[in-house]
Every structure is written in structure tokens, then in C-alpha cells.
Design a protein around this ligand. Structure first.
Ligand code: URA
Ligand code: SF4
Length: 207
């Protein structure tokens, strides 16, 4: 990865007008984090705070996501955080299929450049979209969450991890235990495939 390639995507996203979501946004939110991430976390779309700041997961859901990342012994800077759709849908409505389709090339390029070994789908939109990119069947987030799929995306070997969206736990505290269990399972996956320090070590080859 050269820094320029990623910065180029970020610049393109900030100027993008490929779908109607550009009309109401304050800031597009390309994503942020490590330039050599083992883990990429993919949410749905920016919310109000993200739109104001131009950064992903900086509101209440973001605070909780930062806590979840700490369960992995990591900080936000150790992972890459982004969304399927880079601009805020009005009133936080769900992104449409067309908006997702128009925006997806950015996520594709981010994955190709950053080459994460683990992609965490946060919630059903990310899960559905990434399942399709991996060519695996998706039967709904309630059925799939907790699953870890070993697959290939754009020629890259990855683990795709499904969990609920962190905002879901804010609305329904019962889901907190579930999400935290999913992150502890992810922590175990990291232990299993990691050699050396989590922040600078190399991953074992995929077996
Ligand atoms: N919810 C998301 O899906 N993404 C964000 O960046 C913030 C909240
Ligand atoms: Fe472009 Fe994506 Fe924003 Fe639509 S949501 S304007 S495709 S960056």
C-alpha cells in the first residue's frame, strides 16, 4: 500500500457526487485508521456526528465500538474503520440498494489496497454487502452473527466475521452480551492466527 493510493480514494470520496446522498451531507466520511490493518471494521453509513466531523464512528455507537476494539487489546489506530456507504442518509434512514451499489467501488478499493486479513461486518447492511462480495449466501444477521467465514475477496484470503451493529446494542442492551461475545471470539481468532505482537507481528499463513 502506498499512502497516496488511499489518500486518493479519500479525496475522491470527499468530492463524490455519484449518488443523491451527496446533496444533504456536510462531510463525506471515507474512513480512517491504520495503513496496515490486520482488521477492517465496516459499518453501515455515517450518522449525524460522523457527518459533522467527517470521521467514522465518533458518536455514541463509536464510543461503544472503541470499547469493543479494546477487548481485542487494540486501539482505534490499530484497525481501519469505514462504512459501506460514505455519506449520511437523511434522518439516518437505511441506505438504498442503489446507493450501496454506487458507493461500493470505494470500499472495494480500500480492501484491495489495505489488504486486511479479517473483515468485521457490523450489522446487516455490511454483512449482506460483504457476503455478496465474498460470494457466500447471507441468511440475515440474526442467523449469521457469530459466524466466522474463511473466504476470498478480490483474490485476498480473509476471515469475514459477522456481528450486530454497535448502535443496536444501544437500543437493545440485551444485545451487548452478544456483541461482546462475538468480539471475544474474534480475540480468540486473532490469538490462533497471530504470531508475535498484535500490533506489529505477522500473521501465520492461512492453513
Ligand atoms: N453508524 C455507522 O454505521 N457508521 C458510523 O460511522 C457511525 C454510526
Ligand atoms: Fe458518492 Fe458514496 Fe457519497 Fe453516494 S454515498 S455521494 S456514492 S461517496
Amino acid at each position: 500500500m502506498t499512502r497516496d493510493e488511499l489518500s486518493k480514494i479519500e479525496d475522491e470520496v470527499r468530492k463524490c457526487r455519484k449518488c443523491p446522498l451527496h446533496q444533504d451531507r456536510i462531510n463525506a466520511v471515507p474512513g480512517e485508521g491504520s495503513r496496515e490493518p490486520i482488521i477492517m471494521l465496516v459499518g453501515e453509513a455515517p450518522g449525524r456526528n460522523e457527518d459533522i466531523q467527517g470521521r467514522p464512528f465518533v458518536g455514541r455507537a463509536g464510543e461503544y465500538l472503541t470499547y469493543l476494539i479494546s477487548l481485542l487489546g487494540m486501539e482505534r489506530d490499530d484497525v481501519y474503520i469505514t462504512n459501506v456507504v460514505k455519506c449520511r442518509p437523511p434522518n439516518n434512514r437505511d441506505p438504498t440498494d442503489t446507493e450501496i451499489e454506487k458507493c461500493l467501488p470505494y470500499l472495494r478499493r480500500q480492501i484491495q489496497i489495505l489488504k486486511p486479513r479479517i473483515i468485521v461486518a457490523l450489522g446487516r447492511h455490511a454483512a449482506k454487502t460483504l457476503s455478496a462480495e465474498l460470494g457466500v449466501v447471507f441468511k440475515g444477521i440474526t442467523r449469521e452473527r457469530g459466524r466466522i467465514i474463511k473466504g476470498r475477496i478480490y483474490g485476498l484470503d480473509v476471515y469475514l466475521v459477522y456481528t450486530y451493529h454497535p448502535a443496536a446494542a444501544l437500543y437493545n442492551p440485551n444485545l451487548k452480551n452478544v456483541i461482546e461475545r462475538d468480539f471475544k471470539q474474534l480475540d480468540k481468532l486473532l490469538k490462533d492466527i497471530y504470531r508475535g505482537s498484535r500490533k506489529s507481528g505477522t500473521l501465520d499463513d492461512f492453513i
